[in-house]
Design a protein around this ligand. Structure first.
Ligand SMILES: *Cc1c(COP(=O)(O)O)cnc(C)c1O
Length: 338
């Protein structure tokens, strides 16, 4: 492939094929391969009107040994099932999920960015209600589609601290809403916050709990973590998307001899942290150097020397090393697929 791997944006690049399966009469079809980036859809499909859809995001990593690895794909498959249940959609069987992602990667092998470019092959499974309904009820037909696209690093500057801003005049998810499901509706709801903080010169919004605005929920579409007194602390809340990256960092922190806490995390506690960051598949860890409260103008500063903290750096290097097959995968998180 003649792509300039190291200059790739974190965006969509056309690949050759995608993989599809259809749910009809209570059954999933075998996978089909398509070379089209489009599909026809009924004008009354529930995905279009009532947001009946869910998605996943994972990556295929090319290692120094030239092998291609998936990272904890089964967690993504199970999370898609959790999201499907949450929106009354049929679950995609784990085997179907696996077959579809493997096929999509294999068919687009030439788009897998080489080791050392900072780029990876992003895999996007999508589940949508395609059946026509006008009343609000679950569709009777669905489509599961997997496409892949080579992506550059989420932040061009690489592993460098960013500034974020607390948003109080919009929420991405309600306490008993759809926050734990990976669904487009939450992203649509988050756009107001994202656009607002971008205009103010910040990279991501920090969402507080919707009910009391007292506890930290998420950072844009990433989980939050803070480090102090040799402890890794991440918020517990009923409106947070359970990040697989965060799960992995918790394990690594524990393995490194740190304490790990998952609990409601009051915003007031923020000043006591030595390091804070956001985590997710896209950027793995995004260290945070400044948090501004847009309502009061109050600022919290971290990374005093402008560099990511030592623990965040160690966690980042370890996880990225495991994903690329450079560090021993003692937790059996990766699977060589090519
Ligand atoms: C996908 C997502 C994350 C990150 O989850 P990972 O499994 O680590 O990629 C965090 N928050 C939200 C809202 C998400 O949609």
């Amino acid at each position: 492939m003649n792509l300039e791997w190291s200059k790739l944006p974190f965006g969509y690049v056309k690949t050759d094929y995608n993989v599809r399966s259809y749910y009809k009469n209570g059954q999933w079809s075998d996978i089909e391969i398509s070379d089209s980036e489009y599909f026809p859809i009924h004008i009354a499909a529930t995905a279009l009107h009532y947001g009946q859809q869910a998605f996943e995001g994972l990556k295929a990593y090319c290692g120094k040994d030239n092998k291609v690895r998936l990272f904890r794909w089964k967690d993504n498959a199970e999370r898609l099932q959790h999201s499907a249940k949450g929106l009354h959609m049929p679950e995609v069987p784990i085997e179907l999920f696996y077959k579809a992602i493997i096929k999509a990667v294999e068919l687009n092998k030439k788009y897998i960015p080489p080791y050392g470019t900072g780029a990876t092959l992003y895999i996007r499974p999508l589940l949508i209600g395609t059946g026509a309904e006008v009343g609000v009820k679950p569709a009777s037909e669905y489509m599961f589609i997997v496409f892949v696209t080579p992506v550059g690093p989420y932040f061009k500057e690489g592993f460098k601290p960013v500034k974020i801003a607390i948003v109080r005049d919009s929420d991405r998810a309600a306490p008993l809403g759809t926050g734990t499901f990976k669904v487009g509706g939450n992203y649509a709801a988050s756009l107001r916050g994202i656009v607002k903080v971008h205009k103010a010169g910040y990279s991501s919004p920090m969402y507080l709990d919707a009910k009391e605005k007292k506890y930290i929920d998420e950072i844009g579409a990433a989980n939050f973590f803070g480090i102090k007194n040799n402890t890794y602390i991440t918020p517990y809340s009923t409106s947070i998307l359970d990040s697989i990256t965060n799960r992995s960092l918790m394990k690594l922190a524990e393995f490194m001899g740190m304490k790990v806490e998952k609990r409601p995390l009051p915003l007031d506690e923020i000043e006591t942290f030595e390091e804070v960051g956001a985590c997710g598949t896209a950027a793995i860890i995004t260290p945070i150097s400044e948090i501004i409260d847009l309502d009061t103008g109050k600022k919290y500063h971290f990374c005093k020397d402008g560099k990511p903290g030592p623990i965040s750096t160690k966690l980042y290097n370890t996880l990225v090393g495991i994903q690329h097959g450079e560090i021993e995968d003692i937790f059996n998180w990766t699977e060589v697929i090519l």
